[in-house]
Design a protein around this ligand. Structure first.
Ligand SMILES: Nc1ncnc2c1ncn2[C@@H]1O[C@H](COP(=O)(O)OP(=O)(O)OP(=O)(O)O)[C@@H](O)[C@H]1O
Length: 255
């Protein structure tokens, strides 16, 4: 499979003058086009830092990150903003929707900033909404939606720009188990049917069991890796729980 994301010897050091934290310790891995990959690890192991570096929200101290062959650690500030807007879809734990905009407008806003014309914008919004099954709630405002519906609006917003990769930070963290299952089913469907590459940080072994591969972080490095292979989800869940217990149980996993 084609390599979509290449993280190469990335170090991230915070602070200075005796107050140094090495959040990422020279981490390297690849993600192929069309993978659905989970990142798990104890609190403080570097998961959010890694996601922030991949999304160019934060800069690396050393090393390189390539997305679709573009070294995002070498982009100028305005190129970074454009790359992030056009090539990366984000889904956050707390949805991050704009309260004064309808679901439709929330999905459309990034496309409008990107300069899409109206018919194209409408088509992309409707396609994305269709993929996550929210065609009937597009005129509602966030406060009129359930948590699960809000997260599906957020997923549609991420997908509408047709990104190279979707980055999700604890996407089920604020949801009850039914809503979590619905968003995970959406991710899985989008991944299988459209081949969208998804990288998801999660503390939840159940959420992780929907992935095709899990990277386990400890102290800013990959401690272990699990492939779903031909296992069913229940067996994969059990394998995940085995690694979680070695890594430190509760601090890794809420599920
Ligand atoms: N802005 C910052 N300044 C200094 N240290 C930081 C900063 N952000 C993170 N760190 C440190 O870097 C390490 C990795 O933090 P990070 O937030 O990436 O961990 P995490 O695995 O996402 O944790 P959690 O599961 O608790 O969210 C921690 O030791 C943290 O204290």
């Amino acid at each position: 499979m084609e390599k979509l994301l290449n993280v190469s010897e990335v170090e991230k050091i915070y602070g200075g003058r005796g107050r140094i934290t090495k959040a990422l310790g020279g981490i390297s891995f690849n993600i192929a086009q069309g993978e659905l990959v989970g990142i798990m690890g104890p609190s403080g192991s570097g998961k959010t830092t890694l996601l922030n570096c991949i999304s160019a929200i934060d800069t690396v101290t050393t090393g390189h990150i390539y997305i679709d062959g573009v070294d995002i650690t070498n982009l100028k500030r305005n190129q970074t903003a454009q790359f992030r807007r056009e090539r990366i879809g984000f889904v956050f734990q707390e949805f991050e929707l704009i309260d004064t905009l309808t679901a439709y407008e929330n999905i459309a806003v990034a496309l409008a900033i990107g300069g899409r014309n109206y018919p194209e914008l409408r088509t992309l919004v409707m396609q994305a909404a269709d993929m996550v099954g929210i065609g009937d709630i597009l005129q509602k405002y966030p406060q009129e939606l359930s948590g699960g519906q809000k997260q599906r609006v957020a997923a549609a917003r991420a997908l509408a720009v047709q990104p190279s990769i979707v980055l999700a930070d604890e996407p089920t963290g604020a949801l009850d188990s039914h809503a979590a299952k619905m968003i995970l089913e959406s991710f899985s469907r989008i991944n299988r049917r459209l081949g969208v590459t998804i990288l998801m940080v999660t503390h939840d072994a159940y959420a992780a069991s929907w992935c095709s591969r899990i990277l386990f972080l400890r102290d800013g490095m990959i401690f272990s890796e699990l492939n779903k292979g031909k296992n069913d989800r229940k067996t994969f869940f059990e394998h995940i729980m085995e690694v979680v217990s070695v890594l430190g149980g509760d601090s890794v996993c809420a599920g």
